[in-house]
Design a binder for this molecule. Structure first.
Ligand code: GDP
Ligand code: GDP
Length: 436
């Protein structure tokens, strides 16, 4: 289940983000629409010749108060720590610079597979200039023009040739979950406190730094795997506490989990990055639990405090209306014991299958209670529905004309399905399809 990671590194302006966007192709998401994000994307899914991988643009992880040379070095370190294969981008128009050489040395010493992309080779005459780049000691330079999308095929062929062979993890049927959130919300403390209450059966510390430490335990006769993101803080690494790095790590962990615990800090309220991370979990179709940590720090709590905070969350995270909220403290351990059971519940909901006959009873009752709308004299007809997938539960609804099913009616049907069946904690997807 753990995805192969490819990281792009190189000094500023060589074309990293252009290359990243080229490889990623077009993807529009609510997460990326969030204002205040300086650089659109730093992490995305990509695919080449049927191989899926995740791509990181390390150039988007900025440490603004650091000198440029330090930033470039740290970005290379991130690539070394996180990636299976690294693409070093250089610029044919500038030739080899000191910064290129420094990064190349660092990568060379890491023993990670590196593919050298010589960018801005916009016309064939430029191709002869690429041979100079052999001197970086990273093997064959691949000429590309990210702006024009030229040379990407050969580059990506070389990248996937270096993919590790084993598809690790994920083959057991334990419930995989992760705690995600901004730096300092208390993820590590929660990880330790939760594990402290459980009978840990395996704790595998993988050989390479990039593999997260996954810990297994049994609770309530079910096996859980905690996908650790919070863990292993490497002392002295500047990027550890940058928000963009936290975001990237969170996205990785979300992809790798069945259930995502979005951790908020009660003491600090809700921040932009919280929304960004939660939005990604929602889009990825994962089951979500909102964990409000540091509840012990809220003074003079009364019955209204929790209601007020709940309302705030519901307001700020409207798309997560299905997610249960739990108020905890890693320090006092308040309510932590309830977490495994809650994870199990939302996991089971995310994997729930509804029989078509039962589903159609609900749909027909819904339509009887609130008739389908008409547009320009044309009435929407809903014929029947059927569940086609789990994690998240996905229903295909067959209709006479998908355009006649407006958002509000779709929403209504979703709500009726949710009222009939308990899908707490999981998004559900409705796909409208024209009946043939
Ligand atoms: P980054 O800082 O390494 O991420 O670089 P960007 O992707 O932001 O690109 C820096 C500049 O180089 C931008 O003006 C791009 O349009 C330009 N650029 C990127 N790729 C190419 C290319 O293949 N050819 C040319 N001529 N310009 C490019
Ligand atoms: P992470 O960066 O999200 O992994 O956060 P840490 O677990 O490192 O916690 C950051 C700080 O918050 C540390 O000083 C913790 O002791 C503190 N902290 C974590 N959880 C709680 C809590 O429930 N209550 C209080 N009062 N402090 C907490």
């Amino acid at each position: 289940m753990a995805n192969t990671i490819v990281a792009i590194v190189g000094r500023p302006n060589v074309g990293k983000s252009t290359l990243f966007n080229r490889i990623a192709g077009e993807r529009i998401s609510i997460v990326e629409d969030t204002p205040g994000v300086t650089r659109d994307r730093i992490y995305t899914h990509a695919e080449w010749l049927g191989k899926n991988f995740n791509l990181i643009d390390t150039g988007g992880i900025e440490m603004s108060d650091q000198p440029l040379s330090t930033q470039i070095r740290e970005q290379a370190e991130i690539a070394i720590d996180e990636a299976d294969v690294i693409i070093l981008v250089v610029d044919v128009q500038n030739g080899i610079t000191d910064a290129d050489e420094k990064v190349a040395q660092l990568l060379y010493r890491s023993n990670k597979p590196v593919v050298l992309a010589v960018n801005k080779v916009d016309n064939p005459e430029r191709r002869t200039d690429i041979y100079d780049f052999y001197s970086l000691g990273l093997g064959e330079p691949y000429p590309v023009s990210s702006v024009h999308g030229v040379g990407l095929g050969d580059l990506l062929d070389a990248v996937i040739k270096n993919f590790p062979e084993t598809a690790e993890n994920g083959t057991d049927d334990s419930i995989r979950f992760s705690l995600i959130g901004r730096p300092n919300v208390g993820k590590s403390s929660l990880v330790n406190a939760i594990l402290g209450q459980q009978r840990v059966i395996v704790s595998n510390i993988a050989g390479t730094t990039r593999d997260a430490i996954n810990t297994k335990f049994v609770a309530d006769h079910r096996e859980f795997t905690m996908v650790d993101t919070a863990g292993i803080k490497k002392k002295g690494k500047l990027y550890e506490n940058t928000e963009r790095y936290a975001l990237m790590r969170s996205m990785k962990a979300i992809d790798d989990s069945d259930v995502v615990l979005v951790v908020l800090n009660a003491d600090e309220g809700i921040r932009e990055l919280d929304k960004h991370i939660a939005g990604y979990a929602h889009e990825a179709g994962k089951a979500v639990i909102i964990v409000v940590n540091k509840w012990d720090l809220i003074k003079n709590r009364d019955h209204r405090t929790m209601t007020d905070f709940t309302n705030l969350i519901r307001n700020e995270f409207q798309y997560l209306s299905y997610a249960p909220i739990i108020f905890v403290s890693a320090i006092t351990k308040q309510r932590l014991i309830k977490i495994p059971k809650l994870i199990e519940e939302v996991y089971d909901h995310a994997r729930r299958r509804i029989k078509s006959s039962t589903l159609n009873d609900v749909l027909m009752d819904a339509i009887a209670a609130n008739p389908t709308p008409s547009t320009n004299g044309k009435r929407l007809r809903v014929y029947y529905g059927t569940q086609v997938a789990v994690e998240p539960p996905t229903f295909v609804i067959f209709v006479n004309d998908p355009d006649l099913m407006h958002f509000s009616y779709e929403r209504y049907l979703e709500n009726q399905i949710r009222q009939a069946f308990d899908f707490t904690g999981t998004p559900i997807h409705l796909i409208k399809r024209r009946r043939k």
